[in-house]
Ligand binder design. Structure first.
Ligand code: KIV
Length: 273
């Protein structure tokens, strides 16, 4: 980076958890996208999305790991703090990394309060089944807004046998109901059949945000790098890629390398003095 990152974003009224509830009541679809750094945070906020998620998918799409399991609390705080400074309007949600939601209410409160205090984000997201409802309730009682995440829980990928559609409607319904009853302000539904997502969305009184869950959720979330063509592996069928930024950057780099090799860069315009 040869230039400073530019002025701080202009103050704007922050989207709140109440706005998401109002969007659901009004039937206005909620948009959430992941971001992990200053440029992706700025771009997501400028695009007017409702929520920016600092997902533990950072371990995969930024760090090239094969799952989200290696993401650490320190890494989530590092990325969450950068994104929170970049985003002025959208609600910033930071993932609680594995296995902190499984170590009891006190550990979860300690970890989530660090996330809130040290990043400046407004909410945390945690993956879990009905078995984590007490942890959600404890966090909410402590004043920490929680987004639940049920269905395909990537942190449990080895237990679930891979990144696959979750078909047990009774389990999905029970997990989503438990998260909402415990006080989650919204619930992510990942990789579930459309009919299950529709039934859960009708049953809950908080917004559902789907990924690979069909069009009947109250909102949709995608991973920035999948949406922008920056994921090198095959993207899941539920992803729509809107731009091939990877190809554009690759072509630009090749042109620059060729310019260097034929001494066409730097030219007069890029030469100082
Ligand atoms: O970490 C992440 O990016 C997520 C989304 C897939 C919802 O949890």
């Amino acid at each position: 980076m040869t230039t400073p990152p530019g002025p701080q974003p202009a103050p704007a009224r922050r989207v709140t958890v109440l706005d998401l509830a109002a969007a659901r009541r009004a039937g206005r679809p909620i948009s959430m996208v992941t971001a992990y750094d200053w440029p992706t945070g700025r771009l997501a906020d400028a695009a007017g999305v409702d929520c920016v998620l600092v997902g533990d998918s950072v371990a995969m799409v930024v760090a090239g790991r094969s799952s989200t399991i290696p993401a650490t609390l320190e890494q989530m705080i590092y990325h969450g703090e950068i994104v929170s400074r970049a985003v002025a309007r959208a609600l910033v949600v930071v993932d609680l990394p594995f296995p902190l939601q499984h170590l009891g209410v006190r550990t979860a409160i300690e970890a989530c309060s660090r996330i809130l205090k040290e990043t400046g984000c407004q909410a945390v997201k945690l993956e879990g089944t009905a078995g984590q409802a007490d942890v959600i309730a404890g966090l909410v009682a402590a004043g920490i807004p929680v987004m639940g995440h049920v269905g395909l829980r990537p942190q449990a990928v080895h237990q679930l046998g891979g990144y696959r559609l979750q078909r047990d409607v009774d389990v999905l319904m029970a997990d989503a109901r438990a998260a909402a009853a415990a006080g989650a302000f919204a619930v992510v539904l990942e990789c579930v059949p459309r009919s299950a997502a529709a039934a859960i969305t009708a049953a809950l009184d908080v917004p559902t945000i789907g990924i690979g869950a069909g069009p009947d959720c109250d909102g949709q979330v995608l991973v920035m790098h999948d949406l922008a063509g920056l994921s090198f592996d095959r993207v899941p069928r539920f992803v729509r890629s809107y731009v091939d930024a990877g190809a554009a950057i690759g072509a630009a780099l090749e042109r620059w390398r060729q310019d260097v090799e034929r001494r066409d860069f730097p030219g007069a315009a890029e030469t100082l003095g």
